[in-house]
Design a protein. Structure first.
Length: 101
């Protein structure tokens, strides 16, 4: 059985070390509050101000979720992977729906 080449993952992990360390050094409540603010702003702005603002806010949340899921993927079990995939899919679907309005 062929195993995937680990070099791309290793490169992403190395480039992500500094931003991940920065996020880890911040208070947990601050990171949570920032992501929650982007999520709420994306949902409300997507309805009130038009699609682009909502798309950008929710797109930022989707990118952050995707990055964290990619980094934690090897340590996750199947249900954990499924939850992350479904969450990202919902956020991206809502963001794209705001853009297409």
């Amino acid at each position: 059985m062929n195993t995937p080449d680990p070099r791309p993952r290793r490169a992403v992990e190395q480039r992500s070390a500094l931003p991940a360390a920065y996020l880890a050094a911040l208070p947990t409540w601050l990171v949570f509050l920032a992501v929650a603010a982007l999520l709420v702003a994306g949902l409300f702005a997507g309805n009130a101000l038009g699609g682009l603002v909502g798309f950008l806010c929710l797109g930022g949340v989707g990118v952050l979720l995707g990055w964290l899921a990619y980094l934690s993927w090897p340590a996750l079990d199947t249900p954990g992977r499924a939850v992350r995939l479904v969450t990202m899919a919902v956020v991206v679907a809502v963001a794209v729906s705001f853009l297409l309005r």
